[in-house]
Design a protein around this ligand. Structure first.
Ligand SMILES: [Zn+2]
Length: 364
């Protein structure tokens, strides 16, 4: 009798333990976007025509010293050192059209809301998503799908520099907390850093009316990850696009360089934190490209700007097969990101018949 009870207790404990470990070991995803960063700078570094142009650069000599190198490989490493040292070793970078690797949007708008809608829902919706207006997204994002799953409910969060994101994610319907624009950190247990960020944000004014400086977005996200350990985090940096619209190439490059450092910090944190370490995958992309010819179209994007639908995708972490810079002829699309992220999380798209193909980036 005694033996039998101990055996049953043993089985029960084993079941409990395996159940618990299953939940803890579920995969984590960090999805990141850099608004309107061109593949041209990502893969070739600073553009020689733009960096020497005093119309777009205040101090051309200083900028040259910082980001000019003789080869595109050296230039991109000077601009985004984390991507081109660590990520190229542990992950994969798609979209260098010079090598035949192409990534494109499937929406035909080539500006932000349609781009983010495509990335986050897996389907372009040109009929309904055709402006940047603050309209609640009628489509369901992968953040919302995850937040409705018992394994991820309350463990999904978004941080964004642009104040339209609460609408893109449909915060009110999805229940996914979105800290965006000039919102401060809220909640009963704010960390000292969050309190300080809340004080600083209005004291360091952004140059723009609807986009905050990325440092705030970044540190709010980091603090939240340390404190609450969300399993699926979306971080949308915005500066690159706004500096480009302003025609400030110097600030655009500095911002790209800075965001590379932010992502390095995030990855180092993740790999040092027992909850995330070796269980987390990063996916990084952009919502649209920008023009190249004529030269001044680098500032712009949208359907009338040639090639502004050309984008890029980076992936690294637990489930990603590392290949470095993709060197082969291929055609990938931004609508493949959403089903791929769901697969990383062990979830399925709402309508899997209509879903785009997974990105071919998984570890075999
Ligand atoms: Zn823009």
């Amino acid at each position: 009798m005694m033996k039998k009870n101990i055996l049953l207790l043993g089985i029960l404990l084993f079941m409990m333990a395996s159940g618990i470990s299953q939940t803890n070991e579920s995969d984590k995803v960090v999805l990141i976007t850099l608004d309107g960063l061109r593949w041209q700078e990502l893969f070739s570094g600073a553009d020689p025509k733009l960096m020497a142009n005093s119309e777009y650069v205040h101090d051309t000599l200083k900028l040259k010293k910082r980001f000019w190198r003789d080869s595109p490989e050296e230039r991109r490493k000077a601009l985004m050192p984390f991507f081109w040292s660590e990520v190229t070793r542990i992950g994969r970078l798609h979209g260098n059209r010079e090598l035949g690797s192409k990534v494109d949007l499937t929406n035909s708008m080539w500006f932000s809301y349609p781009g983010y809608n495509e990335i986050l829902t897996g389907t372009a919706d040109d009929k309904r998503i055709n402006s940047n207006d603050k309209i609640n997204n009628p489509n369901t994002t992968i953040l919302e799908i995850a937040n409705k799953d018992s394994n991820y409910a309350g463990k999904v969060a978004a941080f964004a520099s642009w104040d339209v994101f609460p609408y893109i994610v449909n915060e009110s319907r999805s229940g996914v907390p979105v800290n965006a624009g000039f919102e401060t950190a809220q909640g009963p247990k704010l960390t000292e850093r969050e309190k300080f960020l809340n004080v600083l944000q209005p004291q360091i004014p952004s140059p723009w009316g609807s986009v905050r400086l990325d440092a705030f977005t970044h540190h709010y996200a980091m603090e939240y990850m340390k404190k609450s350990h969300p399993k699926f985090v979306y971080i949308a940096y915005g500066e690159t696009d706004d500096f480009a619209h302003d025609g400030n190439y110097e600030a655009y490059l500095n911002s790209a360089n800075n965001t590379d450092k932010f992502i390095e910090k995030l990855w180092n944190f993740v790999q040092a934190d027992p909850f995330y370490k070796d269980r987390t995958t990063f996916i990084i992309t952009t919502d649209h490209g920008r023009g190249t010819e004529p030269l001044e179209t680098w500032r712009h994007h949208g359907a009338k700007i040639k090639d502004a639908g050309e984008v890029w995708i980076i992936a690294f972490g637990k489930q990603i097969q590392p290949v470095g810079e993709s060197q082969k002829e291929e055609q990938l699309y931004s609508d493949q990101i959403a089903p791929t992220v769901l697969k990383l999380l062990g979830l399925s798209p709402e309508n899997s018949d209509k879903s785009a193909k997974l990105l071919p980036i998984f570890r075999s």
